[in-house]
Design a protein around this ligand. Structure first.
Ligand code: DQA
Length: 147
């Protein structure tokens, strides 16, 4: 099964960006781990990152019909983007929302996710390890459904 791991704005700076919040692991490390861990789950993982809302939407459109599911860290667009939410719905794919930090323990503007209602679930607060958890959750969903 083909899976897209899609990261949004500022996540290219992981490792050096606010490490007290986001940790020291780089995006390259996370992506390599997603590909390796995906293999152990029988998933062929493709990774992409963009700082641009429209490019993220284009990735979701391209995933439609070619991918079985998506792990999405939409960064700050999580809290603002109706267009991204609509693209998730249009993709007709199971999407797991992911955040490294626990957004509910942070500023109030991060407590609202516009995309959560159209995702199958949310993993957050576990740092870089969350990507493995999200892949496992997506794999279970694809194999067994929501139960
Ligand atoms: C984030 C949380 C968002 O609120 C923030 O804008 C990010 C990263 C996270 O992974 O914790 O850019 O998505």
């Amino acid at each position: 099964m083909n899976i897209l791991v899609l990261n949004g704005p500022n996540l290219n700076l992981l490792g050096t960006r606010e490490p007290a919040i986001y940790g020291h692991t780089t995006l390259a490390d996370i992506e390599a781990d997603c590909i390796a861990h995906g293999k152990t789950l029988g998933l062929a993982v493709t990774c992409a990152q963009s700082n641009h809302e429209g490019a993220l939407i284009d990735h979701l459109h391209a995933a439609r019909g070619t991918m079985a599911g998506v792990v999405l860290n939409a960064g700050a667009y999580t809290h603002t983007s109706v267009a991204l939410r609509d693209a998730i719905t249009a993709s007709e794919l199971p999407v797991v929302e992911l955040h490294l930090s626990n957004t509910h323990a942070r500023e109030s503007f991060r407590h609202v996710s516009l995309i959560a209602p159209v995702c199958i679930g949310v993993i957050q607060g576990f740092g870089a390890r969350g990507y493995r958890l999200a892949l496992q959750a997506l794999c279970g969903h694809l194999q067994q459904g929501s139960e």
